[in-house]
Design a binder for this molecule. Structure first.
Ligand code: SF4
Ligand code: SF4
Length: 300
């Protein structure tokens, strides 16, 4: 179909879960599938009676209309509906490793016969998972890149060791964890003052270089908080938080290389209605960091 362009490297089928229903975000975007522009409704989506199917079809049709309007304006579909940026690839340094083509949850990249990624921009949801996956760091957005986040963390002030003020960096997913912290703030719940927060489009966009940058800068610990993954996943980009978990297993190698304790990095899952737990997660991590002591690279 020329409009939907179903020539995906993974094949023309809609990816499904183990019971044959489309893989989607069932809480926030119930009609969405992993094929941008295709919305599932009725018994195709979940077991429903005929009245519920009719209602479901209306919802999916509205989503399809919204997709048409947003796409014609050059914007992403949900959740970043205002976003007009696209991933830009500096192909001169591409090693054809296929990490981006394999890890994009929405099949945005096809491949040529040499293994070069071939972008299909209208499929893209702007999650930046490919940016976090690329070992050459050659995928970026105009307003979101490995360098931009690296500059943000390097501009955070780190107190001197003799000031006895630890500094911890929190990477929070902008979809659940970051608004959860906002809600905790609105409820006047206090959390540890030594935490500094950088929101990420998805925890799957984490690039491991940010972890070593943070410790080289003098942070005493790094905490990552993303959406729930597994069978009842809540990641807005399907696989982002799961991929972050897989990537985080490599964090230990980074810590070993820097000769730092494994306790200095923690990865957590959080759903937005657990907002009241986030300050406690921070406080508990700060107790761990106090026990481990200051980062020996501080001030170097
Ligand atoms: S930003 Fe997300 S949806 Fe777009 S190409 Fe990268 S991984 Fe795929
Ligand atoms: S992940 Fe990076 S290096 Fe690997 S194929 Fe994609 S763009 Fe090229």
């Amino acid at each position: 179909d020329p409009a939907l362009n179903l020539q995906y490297r993974q094949g023309p089928e809609i990816p499904t879960l183990k019971y044959g229903f489309p893989d989607s975000h069932f809480i926030c975007f119930p009609y969405e599938t992993r094929r941008t522009g295709i919305y599932a409704a009725g018994c195709l989506r979940q077991p429903l009676d005929s009245a519920a199917c009719t209602e479901d079809a209306a919802g999916a049709a509205l989503k399809a209309m919204q997709c048409t309007v947003l796409t014609s304006q050059g914007c992403a579909v949900h959740p970043r509906t205002w976003d007009k940026s696209y991933p830009e690839l500096f192909m001169q340094r591409c090693t054809q490793c296929k990490r981006c083509t394999e890890e994009c949850p929405f099949g945005m990249y096809n491949e040529d016969e040499k293994g070069n990624p071939l972008p299909n921009p209208t499929r893209c949801r702007r999650c930046a998972i490919c940016m976090g996956a690329c070992p050459e760091r050659i995928i970026s957005f105009k307003d979101y890149s490995v360098d931009i986040i690296g500059s943000m963390l390097k501009s955070i002030e780190i107190p001197e060791e003799d000031e006895e003020k630890p500094r911890v960096l929190a990477f929070l997913c902008e979809n659940d964890a970051y608004p959860a912290l906002d809600i905790a703030g609105m409820h006047r719940i206090q959390y540890n003052p030594w935490i500094r927060v950088i929101p990420l489009r998805c925890l799957g966009s984490i690039n491991l270089v940010w972890i070593s940058d943070a410790f080289n800068k003098g942070f005493d610990g790094v905490i990552l908080v993303g959406c729930v993954h597994g069978d009842d996943y809540q990641c807005h980009y399907i696989k982002g938080s799961e991929l972050a978990k897989i990537r985080s297993s490599k964090i230990q190698e980074t810590l070993q290389r820097l000769m730092l304790e494994s306790e200095r990095v923690e990865v957590h899952q959080l759903q937005i209605d657990q907002w009241h737990e986030l300050p406690q997660i921070f406080d508990n991590f700060m107790k761990v960091i106090e026990k481990v002591g200051p980062n020996p690279m501080k001030g170097m």
